[in-house]
Design a protein around this ligand. Structure first.
Ligand SMILES: Nc1ncnc2c1ncn2[C@@H]1O[C@H](COP(=O)(O)OP(=O)(O)OP(=O)(O)O)[C@@H](O)[C@H]1O
Ligand SMILES: [Mg+2]
Length: 237
């Protein structure tokens, strides 16, 4: 269980303040408007932020999580790409090389045909799938993704969300997203951020109402549910 007892980020004009938020096994999605603090929250969890990190009491399985690299994989919103072959990049951050697992992941993420290409030359969606494979290779207990659906087409959005949902059966997966309907269809819990604060903390998607989403995004929204899938409409255009 990852417990955020208290996390504060102070950039001057913007302040993030999160208290009493906990994530166990499962897929946990963070939603919020641009600039609401999603990326700051994820950075704060891993302990990044230097002097801007004004407070941080984060626990992993009841131990204070000072160092997080040994149990958290983190895919930032923007990750610099460089000249390296995809086949080398996949295992770059994992402790041990496991070629059968690597082969499995290449097939799963449909990136076998990209092995000899440079990471710099990949399309947006190809890069995201390669980055997900790299994270999967690390096999850490927590996986965190910032704007996970960015760059993925409809097919791969569902593919990756399915993978994350399944991974949530035996680990903790935390993802910030913009596609609220996609997020609420797959997530085990949803956290809504607004102006650096939490307006719904680790709630079941069933409990997320039109009013909560409207407040979160500052626009009148209606949530509909069709066969366990979520659709979200703007009430007035
Ligand atoms: N290092 C920094 N110094 C000053 N302000 C910052 C810094 N990092 C982030 N901010 C500001 O803090 C606010 C929250 O930023 P953050 O990146 O957490 O938002 P976000 O919810 O991830 O937004 P988006 O959906 O656009 O990615 C923004 O107004 C941003 O400009
Ligand atoms: Mg962000």
């Amino acid at each position: 269980m990852l417990e955020i007892q208290n996390l504060g980020m102070d950039y001057g004009k913007f302040k993030l303040s999160v208290n009493q938020l906990a994530f166990g096994r499962g897929l946990h999605v963070i939603l919020g408007a641009n600039g609401s603090g999603k990326s700051s929250l994820l950075k704060g969890i891993i302990g990044y932020g230097g002097e801007k990190l004004s407070s941080r009491e984060v626990y992993w399985n009841d131990f204070k999580a000072a160092e997080t690299a040994s149990f958290i994989s983190y895919l930032p919103q923007m990750n610099p790409v460089f000249k390296i072959r995809v086949s080398d990049y996949i295992g770059l951050t994992s402790r041990k090389s496991d070629s059968s697992r690597k082969g499995e992941l290449l097939r799963y993420f449909d990136i076998e045909h990209l092995m000899h290409q440079s990471v710099e030359s990949l399309s947006g969606g190809e890069l995201k799938r390669v980055q997900c494979a790299q994270v999967a290779m690390e096999q850490k207990e927590i996986m965190m993704f910032d704007e996970v659906e960015q760059g993925l087409d409809l097919k791969y959005q569902h593919h990756i969300l399915n993978w994350m949902k399944e991974a949530g059966n035996n680990r903790t997966v935390i993802a910030s997203m913009h596609d609220a309907a996609l997020a609420m269809t797959y997530a085990d819990s949803v956290t809504l951020l607004k102006d650096g604060g939490v307006i719904a903390g680790s709630e079941s998607p069933r409990n997320i109402t039109s009013e909560m989403l409207s407040e979160c995004y500052d626009i009148p929204l209606d949530v509909g549910r069709v066969n366990n899938r979520i659709i979200i409409f703007t009430r007035a255009l």
